[in-house]
Write a protein that binds this ligand. Structure first.
Ligand code: ASP
Length: 308
């Protein structure tokens, strides 16, 4: 058994591991672990307390995949409900669909009886106001003011990627060998309303298949969408690459997109044997994992992949 996650998963991994140890499913483990990160008001990249979009609305994206049946569920631009991962799980379990967005996702969350709330904490709101207001406007030559503000802000924040990015990833393999993966995020801070990154895109930021393994991404979502990065890792595993090499090959695929940009990409992955790998293009990124024989989870540095 194993559970692996991004470093901000440190608040949830113990509960996921407890489920695995009690004989629970990988799906239940990754959902439960993710919910605790969605609860964390100090994590401004996920769930309650997440940074909002350009207009000050917190919009959440999440996805979950069952590697045994290849079923998947996802939600995008969900407002007013912190447990985006549970809404995604119920899309998978209860609907004949894979993906709900916006008003439909909210409607479904309400039908599930989930609590509706304001997800914008005073701290996140203050950071958003400081970011959006009081900045010198660049003249973007006739571009409407709102878009100009976004461009201005994005241009500034790409120099400060820790500030704009963040997502939680969890992948687990249970005692029956079943693999599941979960991803949840509030996305790119001050994003254009309605923007979706890789986190809710099955194949982009999340993919699991018991026969080969699973992968989940954090970082520049637009790049992972364009290269289908999570699915790529699993496909390279299918093609017989060892796990670390499968991850490297997926990063090599990203190079033409990422070269020369200040943006980062990170992923966690496991193969069907329960080996794990965590890789990043950024310095000093860590991940968390717990496997059989470990009394508690470990936080370790990721392997560095330099985009050249
Ligand atoms: N991948 C996420 C997104 O693009 C953000 C992140 O992980 O930093 O929405």
């Amino acid at each position: 058994m194993i559970i692996i996650g991004s470093s901000n998963g440190n608040v949830g991994i113990a509960s996921g591991w407890a489920i695995l140890q009690a004989g629970g499913s990988a799906l239940d483990a990754v959902e439960a672990a993710t919910r605790l990160v969605e609860d964390n008001p100090d994590d401004h990249s996920v769930g309650y307390g997440g940074y909002p979009n350009l207009l000050g609305d917190v919009e959440l994206d999440a996805s979950i995949m069952d590697g045994t049946t290849l079923r998947a569920g996802a939600v995008g631009a969900l407002r007013g409900y912190r447990y985006a991962i549970t809404v995604a799980r119920r899309v998978m379990d209860d609907l004949p669909h894979v993906f709900l967005v916006g008003d439909g996702a909210m409607r479904f969350a309400a039908e599930l009886g989930l609590k509706r709330e304001n997800l914008l904490t005073p701290e996140a709101e203050q950071t958003w106001r400081a970011g959006i207001e009081g900045r010198e406007m660049i003249d973007w030559h006739g571009v409407p003011e709102l878009v100009a503000t976004l461009l201005q802000r994005s241009a500034t924040l790409t120099k400060d990627p820790e500030h704009v990015t963040g997502t939680v990833n969890f992948i687990a393999q249970d005692s029956c060998g079943r693999i599941a993966s979960a991803v949840s995020t509030s996305g790119w801070a001050w994003k254009y309303p309605g923007r979706l990154g890789d986190s809710p895109i099955i194949g982009g930021g999340n993919y699991a298949d018991d026969r080969y393994g699973a992968a989940a991404c954090t970082g520049w979502g637009e790049a992972a969408v364009r290269m289908a990065t999570a699915r790529s890792v699993v496909l390279y595993l299918k093609m017989g690459y060892p796990l670390e090499e499968a991850c490297r090959e997926a990063f090599r695929d990203l190079a033409p997109i990422m070269r020369g940009t200040p943006n980062a990409m990170s992923l966690v992955a496991i193969d069907r044997h329960g080996n794990h790998c965590a890789m990043t293009t950024a310095e000093e990124r860590t991940y968390v994992y717990q496997a059989d024989g470990m009394g508690t989870f470990a936080e370790l540095p990721r392997l560095l992949f330099r985009i050249e």
